[in-house]
Design a protein around this ligand. Structure first.
Ligand code: AOF
Ligand code: ZN
Length: 362
């Protein structure tokens, strides 16, 4: 029980960095000493921006000499490989920790149980499993990237009570309220990248940044599915590249002169195969993003792109913001050609939150 509670502390330390550490997982670690009065946290560490340094050496450094004989709680198996930093198992051994409690094994083929084996050989007690379910959620992006070669994909939908979204080509109907909007911006900050379609860019001119001044000011990579490279140079996305990177996924046959123009604005253009229906091959698109280091992808797109992700079975999680009012005939189906209830056959709805008048179903 106590191991579960202290792992919960490590998980919350790590989770704050979601969206910041790609291509690495956002690991959390705490060094704890048992005292007659109960456990005392001596040091906390989390994976740094961009993935290094790792969490464990930072928690150990904070604990200093007191780490000797203490327990390390860490949300992922400590690494055993020489990457850009020395292996975390080395700093654990050097600090003289007596016990390591890890939530889950790291499926990265360079680690995959070797971290635990090295620690046990060094006479350190190793326990695996407390907080495993939570850790699998927190590290879903990393786990999917190293085992399946694609990011964890979250589909965000803002719908009316009758499951509709605003009419394309019009100014977007402001469906959900201010509170829900704040929550969407917070969510964006926890993803490595946010993806939309060129149809949404042309209709709504979104920025796709996280804008919560004074609270959270960190934006994911913005990604546009733009088969024919129609992105306007005057779009809000193109004009905000200094704030957050912009990657454009285009078809192999999109005009080279458009690519030159868009690259000239500071965006990156990546080419993806077309599917038979004409849209981009999403399996290839997400593989490409994983190769570029993206572990957590949020899809915030119109009905066509949203439905394409669902149909390609690439949606791992859906966050649906549902407003109390109905749009009726003024609305489009949130997933083109698919009833919204179809999502349930792909996902299990686990959680409902209220945001002002709106309801969020996860
Ligand atoms: C840890 N602690 O905080 C993280 C780990 O490229 P490198 O050398 O930084 O290694 C990346 C791999 O290390 C990554 O794929 C994952 O397996 C692990 N991440 N490991 O011990 C950490 N972020
Ligand atoms: Zn490490």
């Amino acid at each position: 029980m106590q191991d579960e509670a202290l792992m919960a502390a490590a998980l919350s330390v790590g989770r704050r960095e979601l969206g910041q550490t790609w291509p690495n997982p956002a690991v959390g670690a705490v060094v704890v000493r048992e005292t007659p009065a109960g456990p005392v946290v001596l040091g906390r560490g989390w994976t740094s921006k961009g993935g290094r340094p790792h969490a464990e050496p930072q928690a150990i450094a904070q604990a200093g000499a007191a780490a000797h004989g203490a327990t390390l709680y860490v949300t992922l198996e400590p690494c055993s490989h020489h990457g850009q930093t020395p292996p975390c198992v080395d700093s654990i051994r050097a600090a003289g920790l007596r016990r390591v409690v890890a939530a889950v094994e790291d499926p990265d083929f360079r680690v995959a149980g070797r971290g635990f084996a090295i620690l046990r050989e060094a006479g350190i007690e190793v326990i695996v499993g407390p907080g495993a379910a939570e850790a699998r959620i927190a590290h879903a992006g990393h786990i999917r990237r190293v085992t399946e070669g694609r990011p964890h994909v979250m589909l965000k939908l803002a719908v009316s009570a009758d499951g509709k979204v605003g009419l394309a080509g019009r100014r977007p109907a402001a469906i959900t309220g201010e509170v829900a909007r704040g929550r969407v911006h917070m969510l964006r900050a926890t993803f490595d990248a946010v993806l939309t379609g060129i149809g949404t860019v042309l209709a709504d001119d979104p920025l796709l940044t996280c804008r919560l001044p004074g609270m959270l000011d960190r934006s994911p990579v913005r990604i546009v599915l733009d088969s024919d490279l129609r992105l306007p140079a005057t779009s809000a996305l193109a004009r905000s590249i200094a704030t957050a990177p912009l990657w454009i996924l285009a078809a192999e046959d999109a005009p080279a002169e458009r690519e030159a123009l868009i690259v000239g604005l500071g965006a990156e253009v990546m080419r993806v195969r077309r599917r038979a229906g004409g849209g981009l091959d999403l399996d290839e698109a997400v593989k490409l993003l994983a190769l570029r280091g993206i572990t957590r992808l949020m899809v915030e797109a119109g009905p066509r792109v949203a439905a394409a992700f669902v149909q390609s079975r690439l949606v791992d999680e859906a966050d649906i913001f549902e407003a109390p009012r109905e749009l009726g005939h003024d609305g489009l189906d949130a997933l083109e050609g698919l009833p919204l209830s179809q999502l349930d056959t792909y996902l299990s709805v686990t959680e409902t939150e209220r945001h002002g008048a709106d309801r969020l179903t996860i």
